[in-house]
Design a protein around this ligand. Structure first.
Ligand SMILES: C[S@@+](CC[C@H](N)C(=O)[O-])C[C@H]1O[C@@H](n2cnc3c(N)ncnc32)[C@H](O)[C@@H]1O
Length: 297
């Protein structure tokens, strides 16, 4: 590029605009905390400098030091060349303002169940009455942590098959100082939880079907395959969870499970189960709620 055409990159606002232009030109894929080039660039430059990520405006005229500027340009470049999702680049992701460590050992936190926990919209009644919660397929531990915050009197078990994901979850639990309320378990689904019962089981299991896996944008291929792939119709894990959940729920307990695009398949496979579909501003028909009494009748 001729020197005269080089963009000036002295302020955070200029670096942000540069990133937006390059992200748009490269047609990046989003979905790991942001949905467009502007929000992605804002997240990267703010988190990259350790600033609060909710507003860029107050920092537009900030002049980063040479080292900070070099760091931001390197983050922007790596986002483009490796197509790494932004949270893996900066090591952090947020759900409802709650910060989690993020790295390639686990899926980047982004479950709709997190929105429901944070907004208090689950059909539960008194949150203080929820005393035992299971987060099955916990990954980074994000839902276990949001559940511990939403249900202040609950003990939370969090389980996953992946030792790497559990190591990251342990770090997140420690950062939120919840080690006395969240216990981590390693094993295949309910395997490590024999004999235990819960008022609420949450699960955001792998649910990408074979077609979806074949078409995954590069960004999503950096996430563990174990966290995404769930057989031909994406319901391999959900079927197993439905088969065993009742044995691990208290009498009035319930299962809440995210399943992506699998609603038609699951309703066809389990026509007698009265799933209650819980929607958020961003999702429709992707999360079901079912009470234990309806699983066993
Ligand atoms: C979609 S990720 C969800 C992570 C986290 N709950 C979240 O919402 O960000 C699914 C998780 O299920 C775990 N997993 C896959 N198969 C499993 C199995 N058979 N038993 C237990 N966990 C499993 C993966 O390691 C991964 O961490």
């Amino acid at each position: 590029m001729a020197a005269a055409n080089k963009p000036s990159l002295d302020t955070l606002g200029e670096i942000f605009s540069f990133a937006v232009r390059r992200f748009r030109a490269a047609r990046l894929a989003y979905g790991h905390g942001t949905t467009n080039a502007r929000d992605e660039a804002a997240f990267l430059v703010l988190e990259g400098l350790g600033l609060p990520i909710d507003r860029l405006d107050p920092y537009l005229d900030l002049r980063p030091t040479a080292a900070e500027r070099a760091r931001l340009l390197s983050l922007i470049d790596t986002r483009l060349t490796l197509r790494l999702p932004a949270p893996y680049l900066v090591g952090a992701a947020y759900m409802h303002g709650v910060r989690f460590h993020a790295d390639r050992r686990a899926l980047i936190p982004r479950s709709f169940i997190g929105d429901m926990l944070a907004d208090g919209v689950l059909p539960i009644g008194d949150a203080n009455k929820v005393r035992r919660v299971l987060d099955l397929c916990t990954g980074s531990g994000c839902l276990a942590i949001l559940a511990a915050l939403a249900f202040p009197r609950a003990h939370v078990d969090a389980a996953d098959l992946s030792a790497g994901a559990l190591a990251l979850a342990r770090r997140n639990v420690a950062s939120h100082r919840l080690g006395d309320r969240i216990a981590l378990h390693r094993g295949d689904l309910f395997g490590p939880l024999q004999g235990k019962r819960y008022d609420l089981i949450l699960s955001n299991p792998p649910y990408v079907d074979a077609r979806g896996m074949a078409k995954l944008p590069p960004e999503y291929r950096h996430e563990p395959r174990l966290a995404l792939a769930a057989g031909d119709d994406g319901l391999d894990l959900v079927r197993l969870i439905l088969a065993e959940a009742a044995q691990h729920l208290t009498k009035d307990g319930a299962l809440i499970c995210e399943i992506g695009r699998g609603r038609a398949n699951i309703e066809a496979a389990f026509p007698r189960l009265p799933f209650l579909w819980l929607d958020t501003e961003q999702s429709e028909g992707e999360v079901f709620w079912i009470a234990r009494k309806d699983l066993v009748r």
